[in-house]
Design a protein around this ligand. Structure first.
Ligand code: NAD
Length: 412
């Protein structure tokens, strides 16, 4: 199933529950604007490279559109469309005053030098600067981009429009970025795991947890859960699965990865298994925090965990979702589970607009409050309507976007 079909599938499942008329569905799933641009830039050896860049703006009924920029060879219009719509539902479910967008360039950033990456980013901004801005569409980092790319983006955009750091989030902390942005998504995943286990009456120290992916999201989620007394028994990355039934020493793994250019390779404090074994381990909580589409109908039967938190975007495809739902596996969906990142991005935008800087403590407190409220609302909706957490999250999000469109007179 293509990425955009999966998002539409989940949308329709919730829309059926809400008995949404066909004309409303069409209005809510159709993108406001889709832009494909030529991005031409100079390689260090003087050659001109030409690639395609995309920005899809899905919906702005609830506020300016918000969504990341991804540099990855798999980036195409279909993937960007799916991710743009997910952003609309994600910002609505945590009640941020935003709509949804996404963008990117179909290139492997590992094939570029730093200077080439900068020239490519500036060329991309030259093509799309008129359609993004602090009041219209605010990009952020995603796979293959980072705070440095955000700083180049801002600098190029400001050449056209003047000083305004709120045009983009995920900037370096010393360049109008927010404290706590880097840990935010993983911390949010951890916060919600704690709430979810409380609701399910499972004690943290009895919740054996496995995390797929030990990058930004997986490592910070692991750190938070370790501090909250969860035995994190397995973590994995491309190099393999690292398994210790009594619980891994997460701080040790954290420093290992920092010293080892981001990889778990060579860690000797645990048993090493093949990377793909992580999904089938006998654990209570499984957190896929690496990539999309890792749980499909071909491996859903291997999953033994009774609860899953989708830290990555789209790790479970709709067919696998049906299989797991039929087996009563409780799944916290991506649009809620990984919303910590966009929430702190929102705090960064707020700080930029106020020319005021929050402390790390304040960021953490506001993040905790925002995500706790959203979690409790989704949980309550699922209980009241007798639907899955995913359908409940989509139902709340759709209702909010629908209401905003209605209040604005539909034709915004
Ligand atoms: P990252 O690149 O920092 O980390 C990805 C990790 O996954 C790495 O450890 C990598 O080795 C591992 N990995 C890749 N393929 C794997 C495989 N086949 N098996 C096991 N491990 C594998 O990325 P990230 O920023 O942590 O993002 C992870 C996911 O979370 C992505 O789906 C991303 O879209 C989503 N997400 C990230 C953020 C954020 O703020 N970073 C926000 C929302 C959603």
């Amino acid at each position: 199933m293509r990425a955009s079909e999966a998002t539409t599938y989940y949308f329709n499942k919730a829309a059926d529950q809400l008995q949404l008329p066909e004309w409303v569905r069409k209005l809510l799933v159709t993108n406001k604007r889709e832009v494909t641009v030529q991005v031409a830039f100079e390689r260090d050896d003087g050659r001109i490279e030409t690639v395609l860049g995309y920005r899809v703006q899905h919906d702005n009924a609830r506020g300016p559109m918000k969504g990341g920029l991804r540099y990855h060879p798999a980036v195409d219009l279909d993937e960007v469309r799916a991710l743009a719509a997910l952003m609309t539902w994600k910002t609505a479910v945590v009640e941020l005053p935003y709509g949804g967008a996404k963008g990117g360039i179909g290139i492997d950033p590992k094939t570029l030098t730093k200077r080439e990456m900068e020239r490519m980013t500036r060329s991309f901004v030259d093509q799309i600067h008129e359609i993004v801005g602090p009041d219209s569409d605010i990009p952020a980092p995603d796979m293959g981009t980072n705070h440095e790319v955000m700083a180049w983006f801002r600098s190029q955009w400001e050449k056209y429009h003047g000083f305004n750091p709120a045009v983009i989030t995920g900037k370096p902390v010393e360049e109008y970025g927010a404290r706590g942005r880097e840990e935010a998504t993983g911390r949010g995943v951890g916060t919600m795991a704690v709430k979810m286990m409380k609701r399910l009456n499972i004690r943290p120290d009895q919740c054996r947890t496995a995390i797929q992916g030990f990058g930004n999201v997986g490592s910070h989620a692991g750190k938070y859960l370790h501090e909250a007394a969860f035995p994190v028994v397995a973590v994995s990355d491309l190099s393999g699965t690292y398994f210790k039934p009594k619980g891994l020493n997460i701080p040790e793994l954290f420093s290992h990865v920092i010293k080892n250019k981001g990889s778990l390779e060579g860690y000797s404090g645990a048993e090493k298994l093949p990377a793909e074994d992580l999904l089938g381990l006998d654990v209570d909580l499984l957190i896929p925090a690496a990539l999309g589409d890792v749980i499909t109908k071909s491996n859903a039967d291997r999953i033994r965990a009774k609860t899953i938190i989708e830290a990555a975007n789209g790790p479970i495809d709709p067919e696998a979702d049906e299989i797991l739902e039929a087996r009563n596996v409780t799944i916290l969906p991506d649009i809620l589970a990984n919303a910590g990142g966009v929430t702190v991005s929102y705090f960064e935008w707020v700080q930029n607009r106020q020319h005021y800087r929050w402390s790390l403590d304040r960021v953490r407190q506001e993040l905790d409050r925002t995500l706790t409220d959203a979690f409790e609302q989704v949980w309550q909706e699922a209980v009241t309507r007798k639907v899955s957490l995913r359908t409940a999250a989509f139902m709340l999000a759709i209702t909010r976007v629908q209401r905003a469109s209605e209040l604005a007179g539909w034709l915004i």
